[in-house]
Ligand binder design. Structure first.
Ligand code: GSH
Length: 210
């Protein structure tokens, strides 16, 4: 296809290990992408400096910049792009496979349902719950019920194969457990899934200090 390359060039990754960027570092390790890391120090205000705001006006990381200057933000978008850009890693079902639909489903579920439901539960503890039929994530308990049902078919969200959707959902569930979110640490299917998902060399490499 005209204008498409098979392998991306060197990537630039804006990173802080105590942030969602940790998921992208794991994904970069999974696919073996050549990249440079630009550390972002929140305390020093790096993410609010004008040069960074030209990359992401939201002042947030992770951000990935391709060698042609294209900027990708939003963790699941970066993860999905990397899975497609490095097909040899086998972390995304091909577009013509039926699993591709489920793959999109769970990637988007992470960003549009799990994350906001978790935020609502952890940060609005005493607030009146938002209308379940109006907010896109319904409610936290429905989100967790849905994930537990999906994981009970396991070992992975799409069946036998680990995909980038597992990396994202698994990492988010792992993080939710660490911050003491309800129904995570005491859920047998969720804990078994998290342990399975993070038992990977690329995850261990991504945890090494830089
Ligand atoms: N929707 C974004 C959220 C990114 C985000 O909120 N990043 C946080 C760190 S986990 C951040 O950069 N916070 C710094 C700030 O907003 O000042 C994603 O999924 O990547």
């Amino acid at each position: 296809m005209v204008g498409r390359r098979t392998m991306p060039g060197r990537l630039t990754f804006y990173h802080n290990p105590r942030s969602r960027a940790a998921m992208v570092r794991w994904m970069l390790e999974e696919v073996g992408a050549e990249h440079d890391i630009v550390p972002i120090d929140f305390e020093a205000g790096d993410n609010r400096r004008p040069d960074f705001l030209t990359i992401n006006p939201m002042g947030k990381i992770p951000a990935l910049v391709l060698d042609d200057g294209t900027v990708i933000t939003e963790t699941p978008a970066i993860i999905a792009w990397l899975a497609d850009a490095y097909p040899a890693a086998g972390l995304a079902p091909r577009q013509d496979r039926p699993e591709r639909g489920s793959y999109y489903r769970w990637l988007f579920f992470g960003g549009s349902c799990f994350e906001p439901a978790l935020t609502e539960t952890m940060m609005r503890k005493d607030a009146v719950p938002l209308s379940k039929s109006t907010v896109g994530w319904g409610c936290y308990n429905d989100v967790i019920d849905t994930l537990e049902a999906a994981l009970s078919r396991g070992p992975y969200l799409l069946g036998d194969n680990f995909t980038a959707a597992d990396l994202y959902i698994g990492a988010e569930l792992n993080w939710a457990g660490m911050i003491g979110a309800p129904r995570i640490g005491d859920s047998t299917p969720i804990q078994a899934y998290v342990e399975r998902v993070i038992d990977r060399d690329a995850f261990r490499r991504s945890m090494a200090p830089l």
